[in-house]
Design a binder for this molecule. Sequence first.
Ligand SMILES: [Zn+2]
Length: 231
Amino acid sequence: MAHIWQEILGTAETHLTSIEDSCQKTFLVHKQVASPLKALLNQAESDGISIAIVSCFRSFDQQLNIWNQKWLGHRPVFSRHGRPLNVNAMSDVEKYKAICLWSALPSMSRHHWGTDLDIFDARAIENGHQVELTPQEFSGSGPCGELEEWLQLNLAKFKFFRPYSEFRGGVSCEPWHISYRPAAAQILQDFQLSDSHQLLEKSDIQAKHFILNQLSHYYDTYFSNICEEVE
Ligand SMILES: [Zn+2]
């Protein structure tokens, strides 16, 4: 039997169940999220908005891999405005801050929880739009402009919210990232920084000593620094 901290840190999948999105693709979500998410997808569908899930649950190992590849410069790192950055020319602090804009530290990603997902307009994808996940795509004239409008009006009805709906000095503005508030709020409450510290200490994260020293900073600046207001 997995422990709750393993579910929170992305090293267990016992809290998850699978669901299908509007494109008949299967995803793992938190058990408490499956039915409200289905209700949300169905309501959108009947309002003429077809929602595709781009990314949902991600394990600790997957997140660690993304993090390390970015740290090593093997995967692109972007500024808040989408400009590609050269991490090889950066100090550890600069690199850490640049990566944290768009990627969570493994063990502290909301995507470990199955309560959070990245979504896109399914019709835009069917029409060949290459998904980038940029705020421009969710602007009025962008491929997700209509979806954005629908989310503003309907998300709260299903108890979902957007933790990164505006830039607060931590994570970039991510209008595509939605979260099921009841389950996510409970997990945020149950989260223990010491568990994360222990797991990262045993992991093969790059610049481990430096990263372990940033955990409190990460918690304050990125992890708990979310938009709480109801849309
Ligand atoms: Zn996301």
